[in-house]
Design a protein around this ligand. Structure first.
Ligand SMILES: NC(=O)c1ccc[n+]([C@@H]2O[C@H](COP(=O)([O-])OP(=O)(O)OC[C@H]3O[C@@H](n4cnc5c(N)ncnc54)[C@H](OP(=O)(O)O)[C@@H]3O)[C@@H](O)[C@H]2O)c1
Length: 232
């Protein structure tokens, strides 16, 4: 997939990984829509800020109507409530699914005709190592990222006939606001953005951005005993 000259749209492009993805696409010669709930918060030259709240179908439709030739769509917007599935606030659990699952789905469904009109097009869903392994203190987030992984696998089959490749990016902690309370090692989101766009260029279905994601993917075949040894 050639990036230069293509039109790309990134959700949640005003900060964190989304901002770095918009910058990387711009630097590789794409025409970039930097979508954000508050487009005035996009502080990046050479891109076009556009309003888009992934949980508001009217806002998604307005963004699609205002664009028209998007060939690369990146579903990056994300929430992280830290809600436990057992004891967390149901509103927080719903927010995780509204953002990561229904939000990404709404964006893909709405932009699918635009993507189909391009000779080649790509969707990249920013997932996580937590699509594959869950932690009780962020069960709602993990479940939503897991559901988004399943969505990715279904839609890559449904969108293939129209020439749209669907990829997922899996990564552990990155040094963004979302992981500001985490003291473990974190990747630089600018490095992850480069890996992500390299993956789109190469047409990779699954972009594994770091060692923890590689290890957990390899461990999936070991089942519950391998992934959750503390339960033994
Ligand atoms: N940070 C990590 O350790 C990590 C690890 C693996 C995967 N990820 C994933 O990477 C992606 C980017 O996360 P990040 O680390 O860059 O987080 P971040 O710094 O907290 O940024 C989150 C972005 O999502 C936007 N957003 C949230 N809800 C939205 C909505 N309803 N509509 C539109 N935009 C919305 C935010 O916009 P506002 O400024 O308006 O709030 C912000 O731009 C997410 O999908 C996240 O799940 C993160």
């Amino acid at each position: 997939m050639e990036i230069t000259g293509k039109t790309a749209l990134v959700t949640g492009a005003n900060r964190g990984l989304g901002l770095q993805l918009a910058r990387e696409l711009r630097d590789r010669g794409a025409i970039v829509y930097a979508a954000a709930r508050n487009p005035a918060s996009v502080d990046l030259t050479g891109v076009t800020p556009i309003a888009l709240d992934v949980t508001d179908p009217g806002s998604v439709a307005a963004a699609a109507a205002a664009t028209g030739d998007v060939a690369i769509l990146i579903n990056n917007a994300g929430s992280s409530t830290g809600a436990s599935l057992l004891t967390g606030d149901l509103a927080d659990i719903r927010l995780e699914f509204d953002t990561h699952f229904l939000g990404a789905l709404e964006v893909i469904r709405t932009f699918a005709p635009q993507l189909a009109a391009q000779q080649r097009s790509a969707v990249l869903n920013i997932l996580s190592v937590l699509s594959w392994v869950s932690y009780p203190n962020s069960g709602a987030y993990c479940a939503a990222k897991s559901a988004e992984w399943s969505l990715t696998n279904a839609l890559r089959q449904e969108l293939a006939p129209q020439g749209t490749r669907v990829s997922s990016l899996h990564v552990g902690y990155m040094d963004t606001d979302m992981a500001r309370h985490v003291s473990s090692a974190k990747s630089n989101p600018a490095d992850i953005a480069k890996i992500a766009i390299d993956g789109i260029e190469a047409g990779d279905a699954e972009i594994i951005a770091d060692e923890i994601s590689r290890q957990v993917l390899a461990g999936l075949s070991s089942g519950v005993a391998g992934l959750y040894p503390q339960l033994a």
